[in-house]
Design a binder for this molecule. Structure first.
Ligand code: BES
Ligand code: MG
Ligand code: ZN
Length: 463
């Protein structure tokens, strides 16, 4: 898909907007769609009409924008994504979007175009239809360019998370990270990770034939006034380990590296956006959780990088073990803020479904800022509690703590567990277990990875 800005709107399809209770900018559309057929313009609905040689474009697609007073960034993304799906359905090759009275939302329109156009058809003999040329007539060039970077970042991230585990191994993620230009990247192999004392992360990795890779990417530009680390859970496959998951729960566990895919997408985009005077670290403790001969076992006692000991209560609560060491590592970087993003708990999915991601942390102001950023980015984040009492369930008779406790309040228990490994830094944890990967289409997203976190983190880091 080639995206351009131009006033030359003579493409196959002209795409225009219609707010509820208003007319469009096009006489033909007003005559036929509105007056004759009563097209109301509810958000994301579309009406297609042919111009039969009366105009320089063969068709007009009217897109509903809903109520004018309720219109915002997210609605723009949704409306354009729906329009793109309609264009794909009619197998259009080119289209010009000439929206009126919404000049300030260019970035979110382009993001919508990417989401609506997305397909993961690498392994399909029959490929999806893509529109070759998309022209935007009434937006600022800088907004469109930013939208392209965000859209590309989401697509890149979704492609990685959609890949089978056979392809997206820890080594592959490390190679992808090393291949990103404009970043300072270091990959630590198993021996180096051992030397750093990451006993929790290494235990998880032990049952797999795939070697673990600890990935540290660094972006910096100018004199950093702020330094932030983002950590993505990178479980390339989560079988549950010795506490093996039932088949139905294991089926989509290739998505357990969605946090890592998000971090890769964000780091890659930063090299295009080039934010000034900021330093951003992207960290992934990549591995697989498998029940191989060397697998860690229930009852084992692990020592994390900060010296704290953990009794393994359940080998399927592996994400928090890998994140524990990554959080210790990030805390030692001397950054101002740490954000981790992880497909961490089924409990978060039970609480919020696939609609919202759970947010916890040790700094109310930072939590609020991230939730507010999600709102304009088109994602829904919801704060979950992190009361100290949740730690009671993780008491161990033989170690400093256990890795799991009661089934109830599982997302919060995971949150307080992670907190034990955060030192002297503001920190926010985002649980994307329910939102990262859809088992059936939802809204503007098709089956599979959604690129959860990419838009929000990019906005957070570059605003
Ligand atoms: N990767 C899973 C969490 C998950 C579940 C992500 C569903 C996406 C969809 C995580 O490692 C896990 O297995 N968590 C366990 C923890 C339990 C053993 C305390 C869970 O949530 O069941
Ligand atoms: Mg697990
Ligand atoms: Zn997991």
């Amino acid at each position: 898909m080639d995206i351009k800005i131009s006033q030359d709107c003579d493409k196959e399809v002209l795409v225009i907007n219609k707010f509820e209770n208003e007319l469009t900018s096009q006489e033909l559309a007003n005559q036929y769609a509105v007056e004759k057929d009563g097209f109301e313009g509810k958000l994301g609905t579309t009406y297609l009409l042919h111009t039969y040689g009366k105009e320089n474009f063969a068709k007009i697609l009217v897109v509903g924008f809903g109520k004018k007073e309720e219109f915002n960034e997210t609605k723009m993304t949704e409306a354009v994504a729906k329009a793109m799906k309609k264009l794909a359905q009619i197998k259009a090759k080119s289209a010009c979007f000439a929206f009126e009275n919404v000049e300030e939302y260019g970035k979110y329109a382009v993001i919508g175009a990417y989401i609506g156009d997305y397909a993961f058809d690498k392994y399909k003999s029959e490929k999806a239809h893509h529109i070759d040329e998309v022209v935007f007539a009434n937006f600022k060039e800088s907004d469109v360019n930013e939208g392209i970077i965000f859209g590309e970042a989401m697509k890149y991230s979704r492609d990685i998370a959609n890949e089978p585990a056979e392809y997206a191994t820890p080594t592959r993620l490390a190679d992808m990270a090393s291949g990103l230009s404009g970043l300072d990247t270091r990959i630590y192999n198993k021996e180096e990770v051992e030397k750093m004392g990451m006993g929790a992360y290494l235990a998880v990795a032990r049952g797999s034939a795939e070697p673990p890779k600890f990935i540290h990417m660094k972006y910096s530009n100018g004199n950093p006034k702020k330094r932030i680390a983002i950590i993505g859970k990178g479980l390339c496959f989560d079988s549950g380990g010795m506490d093996l998951k039932p088949a139905s729960s294991m089926l989509t566990m290739r998505d357990d590296m969605s946090g890592a895919a998000c971090v890769l997408g964000v780091m890659r985009a930063l090299t295009s956006i080039k934010p000034q005077d900021i330093e951003i670290h992207g960290i992934i403790a990549a591995c697989e959780n498998m029940p191989g001969q060397h697998a860690y076992k229930p009852g084992d006692i692990l020592t994390a990088k900060n010296g704290k000991t953990i009794e393994v209560d359940n080998t399927d609560a592996e994400g928090r073990l890998t994140l524990a060491d990554a959080l210790c590592y990030a805390s030692e970087l001397g950054v101002d803020e740490v954000i981790d993003i992880a497909t961490l708990t089924g409990a978060c999915m039970v609480a919020l479904g696939s609609i919202a991601s759970g947010v916890m942390g040790n700094d109310e102001e930072m939590i609020k800022k991230i939730i507010d950023t999600a709102k304009i980015s088109g994602e829904k984040y919801w704060e979950l509690p992190m009361f100290d009492e949740y730690m009671n369930g993780l008491k161990s008779d033989i170690a400093d703590m256990k890795n799991t406790g009661s089934r109830y309040g599982g997302a919060s228990a995971a949150g307080v567990f992670l907190k034990e490994f955060v030192k002297d830094v503001k920190w926010v944890h985002i649980d994307i277990a329910g939102t990262a990967f859809l088992e059936k289409p939802q809204g503007i997203f098709i089956y599979g990875s959604t690129g959860a976190g990419v838009r929000t983190l990019l906005n957070y880091l570059t605003k």
